[in-house]
Design a protein around this ligand. Structure first.
Ligand code: SAH
Length: 238
């Protein structure tokens, strides 16, 4: 039998009402009905198994059966900060970052990226993050923040123990991060890359420049690769 479908809701007591977008997904897309078992998540790291007790046109009533603690959340808080990408590439990076176990994602604009944040950008990215979290069995949806510039994104990560800045013009091998420990921030540029001034500013704020090897990776590849390697270096793949 397939694993129970997963839904994020805000407050979980003995009974839960599923409404809005999560209800529409459960009822219209997945066609769940009374008696079906589901997993509810409140973003705290807990998982609740529940059964659908009643279903109307606008909502579902669920009876909560039991609570367990998810073993799918990473132990380390890793923040990925990346420059806004063209088309739907930012969505791609958010989806992959959630799967890889990111704690928080920040997307920044810079003078080297020709993208602007449209009206519903954040909403769309949050939806992508939620769906990715469900699909990979996570118990919380990483927070997504949009920053108007690189400086505010960098400043948001000041309390991280490790601060790595992927810089395409560094020599191969620069910035060793084969083993890491503690909260980590990773910064990757947009298609336009970083300038020397931006790298200098990042260093002032405590970031270490890292090279991702001999080849110049596309921005989306760089984010996914750096996050993967950092997760491994943090012991999250053990
Ligand atoms: N347009 C730039 C490349 C930008 S690549 C150029 O032609 O030089 C986008 C981002 O991916 C970079 O800002 C950097 O953060 C990251 N990146 C890609 N390849 C990298 C590498 N070999 N080392 C470190 N960072 C890299």
């Amino acid at each position: 039998m397939a694993a129970p479908k997963r839904f994020f809701v805000q407050d979980i007591g003995e009974e839960v009402v599923l409404s809005g977008e999560e209800f529409r997904h459960a009822s219209q897309v997945l066609r769940l009905k009374t008696g079906d078992e589901v997993t509810l998540l409140d973003g705290s790291g807990a998982e609740y198994s529940a059964v659908i007790a009643a279903c109307s046109k606008r909502e579902m009533l669920l009876n909560v059966l039991n609570k367990t603690v998810s073993d799918k959340e990473p132990e380390t808080e890793v923040t990925l900060l990346f420059g806004a990408l063209k088309g739907d590439k930012s969505e791609l990076v958010v989806q992959k970052a959630v799967e890889l176990g990111v704690f928080r994602v920040g997307i920044f604009l810079s003078r080297f990226c020709s993208v602007s944040f449209g009206e519903n950008k954040l909403e769309r990215l949050e939806r992508v993050a939620r769906e990715a979290a469900k699909q990979c069995l996570r118990a919380r949806v990483p927070e997504i923040t949009l920053y108007p510039d690189l400086d505010s994104a960098l400043s948001s990560a000041q309390t991280c123990k490790n601060k790595l800045f992927a810089c395409e013009f560094l020599k191969t091998g620069e910035g060793d991060f084969t083993s890491l420990e503690g909260a980590t921030a990773l910064v990757v540029g947009s298609e336009g890359g970083f300038s020397r001034e931006e790298f200098e500013r990042a260093k002032e704020l405590g970031f270490t420049g890292v090279s991702l090897g001999k080849r110049i990776l596309r921005a989306e590849t760089a984010s996914i690769a750096l996050l993967s390697v950092a997760m491994h270096a943090l012991g999250e793949w053990r």
